[in-house]
Ligand binder design. Sequence first.
Ligand code: PEP
Ligand code: MG
Length: 568
Amino acid sequence: MIIKGIAVSAGIALGQAKVLQPLDSKLDYHLLPPSQLHFEQRCLDKALAALTSQIKKSALHLQPDSDHYQLIEADLMLLEDEELQEELQVAIAKQQFSAALAVEHTFAKHAQAMRDMDTPYLSCRAEDILSLGQRLIRILLTGESTELSNIPDNSIIITQDITPAEFATLPLERVSGLVLQTGGVTSHTAILARSASIPTLMSCPCDLTLIANGAPIAVDAISGELIVNPTQEQVARLAIAQQQALERKVGLEQFKNQATQTQDGHKISLLANVGCISEINHLADVGAEGVGLFRTEFMFMNNHELPDEHQQYLLYCDALQLLGGKPLTIRTIDLGADKEVPSLSMVKEENPALGLRGVRYTLSHPQLFKAQLRAILRAANHGQVRLMFPMVNQVEELEAVLSLIEQCKNELIEAEKGFGDVTFGIVVETPAAVINLDSMLPLLDFISIGTNDLTQYTMAADRSNPYLIDRYPVLSPAIIKLIGQSINCAKAANVQVSMCGELASNPNATALLIGLGIDELSVSVAALLEIKQELTRWRYQDCVKLAEQAMVISRIDTLNELLTRCHS
Ligand code: PEP
Ligand code: MG
């Protein structure tokens, strides 16, 4: 069986299926007849025993002093708590709930009690309790568990969706591929999958009920195909494609030490997007000139407890040390929309992508924001730091951020802590930011165009929605015009222009972006050498001509044809 999907992280994986059934809408809220209650109570006991034993098994692989082990211990204590077990049994017996409903109800009550205590640690626990409850419910409804720490090597996870926070908990060393029914190239889970080099398909309309756990699976995340029970010929063909991809990768290594410039010497800076410190270790392998985007919220998602100012300071210092003098562009935490942090209790919003996102969130949580700003300012004593703010639309927001930075500096002076110079930039990722650039540029040293959100907000098209992916691509006339306008505006004000959105990692767009006047591209580590190869093929004047042609095109397909023709 072959099912088409969108390849969002290139590569080929051969392995076995680990299917995670979604739980949505399966909870039955009807009261049960008394005759069924005893059966539900037994199901609950079995589910509790199954989850307890799975968790105990996964603890065997962990160091007792690790964070993860302590979490697991806390989960076990809860599952073995006799009062809780009694409460669950009573919810079934007295309220006539199904076992799953009793779990949902009781765990939600306990989580709320933790939140009400209003200390950060207990808020974290609230999220853990809810997630433990979900795991129990999954066992009750599907008979299977989401306990992924025990999955076999070469597992290919196939499911409806995985949030960035869930991705952060996957045992990546055992995951060789990922297939999701939702999502697209610019979704944050796709960005994480690329960073981790996991071949991934998204928007893949596979029927999860037709794929058996353990079934042989091939993920062709080059041509965009999921193959269930591949034939010997298909496996052989994919093994050849895998070998060819490897050879292409080796071939690209020759570009590592080449200058990042067009044939006629027009220089572009080529930096990398990263989501964690360990990725910085790989920058030298591809000859990146620094970090053009450090998505710091991923570091918050990976941590069970929020890193405090000191921990963040050490982390940024480590990053600067690894970079050995090259620039580190730190984007302050960009939470909200699909990026939730388990350790922060974030309010549920009707339209999170249009809600408390980016600086809107951090400005409304000044203590959290200032801890990060102080950590960054202090780390700037040890290297070249560029400080960048996400989702700034309006000069007032920028002024509010800069005034907090002044406050932070004063606090550091008072505390006799040193800090260094930083330059300031914003991610231009909404149409309002483009339109309002004139008023903000005098306060900025650089801008970085975030095409992922710029496309989402310009097209009013959710970047993770599988139904919209083909119709609202980044390479479209409206987006190209907004990019052109941002570049012209910034250049007129002598402000440097970078691009950190995924369009920068698309070789079809490289010549166009150079022709439009971009100074710097910040791309995923996996794409960096390919982008360098592409830009060294071009002469600057040809890029300018291409950009002039592209700017007057009004149709998406014509634009695509032009750029594909130039690239091939
Ligand atoms: C963007 O929106 O283009 C961007 C770089 O930010 P993120 O993908 O993290 O939202
Ligand atoms: Mg963005």
